[in-house]
Design a protein around this ligand. Structure first.
Ligand SMILES: [Fe+2]
Length: 238
């Protein structure tokens, strides 16, 4: 049983599932591959995204009903993936962005090429509000690939890290795979999630990644990253 804390499964809202048919296909893949709970995390990019968190709550409830009517036994929770910007606090107060599954954790992504200078302050301000930021897929960011110590300074300040299952299986290429294995080995990673965008290349099946982690780091690490730590988020959200 896996808990997937990062997915673009809500249909027709961002660059993820393009319609209900695809969202259902993705949920079937999740169920078949042993994922029982999945957090929907549509992108939120300040100045670009037109929907607020209420829309995500509504669409999430709709997708849960649709899945149940099709006999799919996967529960979908609301969340979002916020692009780092100094406005995050206001966005949160205006209910344009929200936390993962009603918890105190928020998924935050950085630009691919470099980490903006306001990032430290922005994440600190979130922490002052009682929210723990989770950095989305740092293994894909050039700056982290070149120097993973940057991650350590975030972790030392209580920030958590999520990596993509596709990075472990090699979907994003050799540099990303090298980076993800290195940061897991260094103990800089708390969650593996699918970041699924479709029923195709970036789908919700995490089995292969889980077996690679088990083979390289043992069953405890696999369970921590795929089940135990993600369960803390869902539990808190109850
Ligand atoms: Fe994502």
């Amino acid at each position: 049983m896996y808990i997937d804390i990062h997915s673009h499964i809500i249909p027709g809202i961002d660059d993820g599932a393009k319609d209900e048919i695809m969202a259902l296909e993705m949920l079937k893949i999740a169920q078949k591959s042993g994922t029982s709970h999945i957090i929907a995390t549509p992108h939120y990019v300040y100045g670009n995204t037109r929907y607020g968190f209420d829309t995500i709550l509504e669409k999430c409830a709709e997708l849960n009903m649709l899945a149940a009517s099709m006999g799919i036994k996967v529960t979908i929770y609301p969340g979002c993936e916020v692009f780092v910007t100094p406005e995050i606090i206001e966005l949160f107060e205006q209910r344009l962005v929200g936390t993962l599954a009603g918890s105190r954790y928020m998924l935050v992504e950085f630009p691919m090429m470099s980490i903006p200078p306001y990032t430290d302050n922005t994440l600190y301000n979130l922490q002052l509000k009682g929210i723990t930021p989770i950095i989305a897929h740092p293994e894909r960011y050039t700056e982290i690939q070149q120097n993973s110590e940057v991650l350590k300074s975030f972790i030392d300040r209580g920030i958590l890290v999520q990596v993509n299952s596709g990075s472990i299986t090699g979907v994003y290429g050799r540099e990303t795979k090298k980076a993800v294995m290195r940061i897991i080995k260094e103990g800089f990673v708390h969650f593996v999630a699918s970041d699924a965008h479709s029923d195709n290349r970036r789908n919700p099946d995490m089995r292969k990644a889980a077996s690679i982690i088990e083979k390289n780091f043992g069953p405890k690490m696999r369970d921590d990253l795929f089940i135990r730590n993600p369960l803390k988020i869902i539990d808190i959200g109850k």
